[in-house]
Design a protein around this ligand. Structure first.
Ligand code: GLY
Length: 399
């Protein structure tokens, strides 16, 4: 009886302990419970059909599935790999392998720059977690495919082949994210071609994609004969001269990653400049989650982009481990924690069992194209899980 009373007292005391606003062990349960509501995890789901990768919800609230060719196809396997890492539950590993394997043939898809977006969250994370040499071979072939799109004269990898009437050689800021695949291949194979192309692309982008305040253009169109810039525009932002929130998040993440991989201090400086732009020039709202473009006049009435916030949080956790400036480090952690606190709250984290198993709501794919406005997006979930993992790995305390 004495022991039972003691246990009750301890349980009560424990429940009174102030809880961190977001806490990895607590969230892990919440995350795996919510993810299991995805129809694609149903044992009856047909993995051999063409569209198997969750991307978003369509306007009727139905699950939007995409084929392996879609730029977002790698994120769902990535969600599964991160969930396996968080839970250590073999169930997630089995599902991650199933969805990763569907993507294999994309290793030869050279029709755009998106191969890094597809292969690193799927085969890249899978290789990191299983050491499966078949995954390594897929990644090396993918890197070989990506470099076929590099143009020496321009000094960049061509992003898109569509809209040939509009652009000769379009390079979008997002393309920085694909360089991780090339740095990975350089480290695995020792072949400098991957390092040289990744670094040249990142430096050309540094020169041509940024304004004086380190905000970025979305699309830079190059002349393939002279290698010169023809025009600087937007595709998903509010205006050519505005600052598309996810574009800024790709820039921040891209240069932080490029510094991690190359140790080139120019990239660290660039990442810190972009962080300063986001935090101190563009500024984030009270809940740290930006609207879809930083230069909108009426931000109160514009949709948020939780995906940009998740990418920013993940990048800032990593950047906080690289910066030598203590004040900056504290700022990066404060902002990353602020974002994660919001995304983990009921304002963004979906109510259990709703939204077809997506974790987060309130992302915006492309407002100008009237597509995916204020909805769940699979890459928001992916970078949210990555940020959570990074936070746990650097063992920092929430504010
Ligand atoms: N890479 C496409 C996007 O961010 O919407």
């Amino acid at each position: 009886m004495k022991y039972i009373s003691l246990i009750i007292v301890l349980l009560v005391l424990n429940s009174c302990k102030p809880k961190a606003d977001f806490d990895t062990p607590d969230l892990t349960d919440k995350i795996s419970t919510q993810l299991k509501f995805s129809p694609v995890l149903n044992p009856d789901f047909d993995i051999t059909q063409k569209k198997v990768f969750p991307r978003s919800l369509n306007p009727d609230g139905d699950l939007e599935l995409v084929t392996k060719k879609d730029w977002t196809s790698g994120f769902y396997p990535g969600v599964l790999w991160y969930t396996y890492a968080l839970t250590k539950d073999e169930y997630w590993k089995t599902k991650a392998i199933t969805f990763t394997n569907v993507l294999e043939s994309e290793k030869k898809n050279a029709s755009n720059h998106d191969i890094g977006f597809k292969m690193m969250p799927s085969f890249g994370l899978g290789y990191e977690q299983t050491n499966n040499s078949a995954y390594k071979n897929v990644l090396i072939q993918s890197a070989k495919t990506l470099i076929t799109r590099f143009d020496e004269k321009v000094g960049c990898i061509r992003s898109w082949d569509h809209h040939k009437d509009k652009w000769q050689f379009p390079v979008i800021i997002d393309n920085l994210m694909n360089l991780e695949l090339l740095y990975w291949a350089w480290k695995e194979t020792g072949d400098p071609v991957y390092y040289n192309i990744a670094t040249t692309h990142a430096k050309t982008t540094m020169k041509n994609h940024f304004r004086k305040d380190y905000s970025s253009y979305h699309v830079v169109n190059y002349d393939t004969i002279t290698g010169k810039v023809i025009s600087k525009q937007t595709h998903q932002g509010y205006a050519d001269n505005s600052s598309w929130a996810r574009g800024e998040s790709w820039a921040l993440y891209g240069y932080t990653m490029a510094y991690r991989e190359s140790n080139d201090s120019e990239f660290l400086k660039q990442a810190e400049h972009v962080a300063n732009y986001i935090i101190n020039v563009a500024t984030l709202p009270e809940d740290y989650v930006p609207t879809w473009d930083f230069m909108l006049s009426d931000k109160e009435n514009e949709p948020k982009d939780a995906s940009a916030a998740a990418v920013i949080a993940s990048a800032l956790y990593e950047l906080s481990t690289f910066t030598e400036n203590t004040k900056n480090k504290n700022t990066y952690l404060k902002v990353a924690n602020g974002i994660m606190k919001s995304l983990s709250s009921k304002n963004y984290f979906n109510v259990k069992g709703t939204e077809k198993g997506f974790l987060l709501n309130h992302s915006t794919g492309s407002k100008p194209w009237k597509s995916e406005i204020d909805v769940p997006l699979v890459y928001a979930d992916y970078y949210y899980l990555e940020a959570l993992t990074r936070k746990a790995n650097i063992q920092i305390q929430p504010n």
